[in-house]
Design a protein around this ligand. Structure first.
Ligand code: IPM
Ligand code: MG
Length: 367
């Protein structure tokens, strides 16, 4: 019997509620599978600031490094928004990405056919959308130096962030892009701003060069502004997208809403090979803490549950079990069960645990 250690970091807001459902689903997967999971929880984000004075306590980082994978909820909230940027709840997540070198962030945006009408776009535009956004996660504008604020002699200040990439940083995320595209529809769009930014010119050259190792994948270069437009104009044009950290932050939210609700979308953040052979990946819903609905038991747990499926697939090499979870989610949706965010007017609405119950049952039935 193999045992995997999973660090559970629910974080703040609805992160607490949805992560609990993802853990229940993983327990259901483990039953009779010959695999067992050892879950250990730790503090991160605002809750960690309150309890330990820092958004990423040393024990949390230690636990993550000693685990096979991390199941993450969400961090942040109005309570901590007044703190200086370097001490905010979000820093916990950013530091974790950097510490674990989680440089490739996979964000699928799939429009479930039964939810097409939940999308703000017309059915004719959005139907069939199935995009994987790969966002570089440990470099670019988020982490580049110099950064900071300096006072100006005549009053006022100067604020600086820098978009920086080195050849190896571009190369490794480009490889992830091509590898992922190869397993999908073999089309990769590399998104940059090479008509203006020098760093983007380097990005474009390196991606093109890496592409020579993947002759079976069709590569196109798309400018970020054009990509933002094309995503709402003709989303079905795209298969796999690879892009800079900030561009990816923006475009992945845009792609997410095509799918109907942010409450549906999982993500995986992968780094270098970990001790267990696989990546010590971090898995989190794309949605945030949703302070407006936190604590009410009405959040959609599907993004967190699908993140657990990605965890099985990418960190634990348990693809067939990931399929079981994804099939259970699809079935529950096909049967018409909805949480508030994806319900049409007049449809019956389920709470977080009730939706979790149905998915758990579906997974158990597929054992
Ligand atoms: C995301 C979020 C984070 C980011 C925040 C919470 C720091 O927006 O994961 O997309 O900007 O990367
Ligand atoms: Mg974001």
């Amino acid at each position: 019997m193999s045992t995997f250690k999973i660090a559970v970091l629910p974080g703040d807001g609805i992160g607490q509620e949805v992560t609990a459902e993802a853990v229940r689903v993983l327990r259901a997967v483990a039953k009779g599978s010959g695999t067992s999971f050892e879950f250990e929880s730790a503090l991160v984000g605002g809750g960690a600031i309150d309890a330990a004075g820092t958004p990423l306590p040393a024990e949390t980082l230690k636990l993550c490094k000693a685990s096979h994978a991390i199941l993450f909820g969400s961090v942040g909230g109005p309570k901590w928004d007044h703190l200086p940027q370097e001490q905010r709840a979000e820093r916990g997540l950013l530091a974790l990405r950097k510490e674990l070198d989680l440089y490739a962030n996979l964000r699928p945006a799939t429009c479930f056919s039964m939810l097409v009408d939940a999308s703000p776009l017309k059915r004719s535009v959005v139907e069939g959308t199935d995009i994987m956004v790969i966002r570089e996660l440990t470099g670019g504008l988020y982490f580049g130096e110099p950064r900071g604020r300096t006072p100006l002699a005549g009053g006022g200040e100067r604020g600086v962030n820098t978009m920086v990439y080195t050849t190896p940083e571009i190369e490794r995320v480009a490889r992830v892009g091509f590898e992922v595209a190869r397993k999908r529809r073999k089309r990769l769009a590399s998104v940059d701003k090479a008509n203006v930014l020098t760093v983007s010119q380097l990005w474009r050259e390196v991606v093109t060069r890496v592409g020579r190792d993947y002759p079976d994948v069709t590569l196109e270069h798309v400018l970020v502004d054009n990509c933002a437009m094309a995503l709402v104009h003709k989303p079905t044009h795209f298969d796999t997208i690879v892009t800079e950290n900030t561009f990816g932050d923006i475009l992945s939210d845009e792609a997410a809403i095509l799918a109907g609700s942010m409450g549906m979308l999982p993500s995986a953040s992968l780094g270098l090979a970990g001790a267990g052979g696989g990546n010590v990946g971090l898995y989190e819903p794309v949605h945030g803490t949703a302070p407006d609905i936190a604590g009410q038991g009405i959040a959609n747990p599907i993004a967190a549950v699908l993140s657990a499926a990605m965890l099985l697939r990418y960190s634990l090499n348990m693809g067939p079990h990931a399929d079981r979870i994804e099939a259970a989610v699809s079935r529950v949706l096909e049967q018409g069960h909805r949480t508030r965010d994806i319900a049409a007017k007049g449809e019956k609405v389920l709470g977080t645990t009730a939706m979790g119950d149905l998915i758990v049952r579906g997974v158990e039935e597929s054992a």
